[in-house]
Design a protein around this ligand. Sequence first.
Ligand SMILES: Nc1nc2c(c(=O)[nH]1)N[C@@H](CN(C=O)c1ccc(C(=O)N[C@@H](CCC(=O)O)C(=O)O)cc1)CN2
Length: 315
Amino acid sequence: MRAEASATDAVVQDEGSARLIDGAAVARGVRARVAEEVARLKAEHGLTPGLSVVLVGDDPASAVYVRNKEKQSVEAGMRGETIRMPATTTQEELLAVVDRLNADERVHGILVQMPLPKQIEPAAVIRGIRPDKDVDAFHPANVGKLLIGERDGFAPCTPAGVMVLLEEAGVPLKGAEVVVVGRSNIVGKPMAALLMQPGVDATVTVCHSRTRDLAAHTRRADVLIAAIGRGRFVTADMVKPGAVVIDVGMNRIDDPTTKTGTRLVGDVDFDAVRSVASAITPVPGGVGPMTIAMLLANTVRAARQLAGVADAGAR
Ligand SMILES: Nc1nc2c(c(=O)[nH]1)N[C@@H](CN(C=O)c1ccc(C(=O)N[C@@H](CCC(=O)O)C(=O)O)cc1)CN2
């Protein structure tokens, strides 16, 4: 199966402003392809892909993401489970659970939800997950494989989702100037690696909080990817007219006009940038929904690889 599922209605256009890249619609397409592949694996190989998510503590946002991961994996026909552990869990206790999942043949994908409580070192937990079940693709073995282009590893879900959005929106990348703002291990760095892959062939610049004259870099971008974690950081004057703008940010800000008193904004000043860009992802409804869709796609691939079943799309 190819994750680059064909989705209808990926792009919506309003007069006089940038096309909206509809991540929710593209994610639905990816999930539909995942469900088809799960049905095939069950029927032809008696194989049910299994995803186990571990949630430590009671971060309210994490609880929502984890619930959606289980719900969407079950809807796709997979075996989905959530293991909930208290906020007082020690690193050893968490590693013991990870070890059990590593050894469980019904489990093909393991994910430990981030952030973790302070007493637990995320790097130690990530290293504890078997690389061939590491569907988050945070393990150094998968990071390395991505960088050197070994295709049996996994790509992290959020940047992999951005690649699918760009493809669905028909954005040309070969030789294009792509500027990534943000250098995190989860988004910025793997995003740059995916864009540099042979066959994609973008020219990539990675900027960050210490970059001198950031706007001089961002204004050169044909495709600008904002992943710096600061609300509405990218303003209209930082964007080249006609650029494609992908907003990976998710920042909750106070808004007394809403029922909850807060609102989600991206790293891009959406209303202003929309009148300069040619296409843009909204927040919410842009990159966010792709994260879980790509997690399901990675889990199906893990199941296939662990069982030695060929990719139907590659036959
Ligand atoms: N182990 C991991 N932990 C975390 C990851 C991850 O990929 N692996 N990413 C984020 C959280 N996350 C998934 O875990 C995630 C974030 C956002 C969305 C999403 O669909 N967002 C919606 C808006 C949701 C809202 O209203 O709050 C959107 O942007 O439209 C899905 C998954 C950190 N932890």
